[in-house]
Design a binder for this molecule. Structure first.
Ligand code: CTP
Length: 212
């Protein structure tokens, strides 16, 4: 099966030298891409800026910077994919008026106007091909199940991997993770704390019980 995985943060330019981003390191998405290659899938990895080496054996590696870049890269490849896993921590907002030059400071406070980015996963959910499996991630500090299930429904997903990001041993920038997978049909799988590589393998075994 052709599988597209997104990973890492996005960077939203403020000016020529500054950007807004988040704590994502890309490790969970890279682990998922690697695990999918190892099972024999054709894997496209669309990655925001991270300090990781892409796994061997990818069908395609697509480096991107901003949420808009990621949206373009994913949407243009989506129709040929049997499964899309949106693991990237895509910025929800981007500066409304980025400047090409470096901004100079002035006295007083600075107010930055931010505009919403496209919700890539929501667009994919609206354009879902028959049989295509759409998987999202939900990073939450509280109300894990409630918020995750709400996102699953709102974005027309098949699965959502809920991540508690209020604890240092899981989620953003941790070497380990624990996720709960919620399916659109109501099923739930709790994957206990373990390395991100091990979580990735278990996730794939749940998402695609019969390989290829
Ligand atoms: N996502 C996306 N495009 C965006 C933002 C997020 O595709 N512009 C995807 C992420 O890759 C992830 C899921 O949507 O799979 C996260 O859902 P979202 O509702 O955006 O979560 P949060 O950003 O955490 O939203 P909130 O701030 O409302 O909790």
């Amino acid at each position: 099966m052709r599988i597209l995985v997104t990973a890492g943060p996005t960077r939203e330019a403020v000016d020529a030298v500054r950007f807004l981003s988040n704590k994502s390191t890309g490790r969970m998405g890279y682990a998922l891409a690697k695990a999918a290659v190892e099972v024999g899938h054709d894997v496209i990895l669309v990655s925001g800026p991270v300090a990781l080496t892409p796994p061997d054996g990818l069908l395609e590696f697509v480096p991107v910077v901003s949420a808009a870049d990621m949206a373009e890269a994913v949407k243009s490849r989506a129709s040929g994919c049997g499964m899309i896993v949106m693991c990237a921590a895509v910025a929800d907002y981007t500066p409304a008026h980025p400047t090409d030059r470096k901004m100079k400071k002035a006295d007083g406070n600075l107010f930055l106007e931010l505009k919403r980015t496209e919700d890539i996963l929501k667009t994919l959910g609206q354009q879902k091909k028959p049989g295509q499996i759409l998987v999202g991630f939900a990073a939450e500090t509280d109300g894990l199940e409630q918020y995750a299930r709400a996102k699953l429904a709102a974005k027309n997903l098949d699965w959502i991997a809920a991540n508690d990001v209020s604890r240092p041993d899981r989620g953003f920038a941790a070497g380990t993770n624990a996720v709960t997978l919620f399916a659109a049909d109501g099923r739930r799988f709790d994957l206990p704390l373990q390395s991100k590589d091990a979580i990735a393998k278990e996730m794939l075994a749940v998402l695609l019980p019969s390989p290829r």
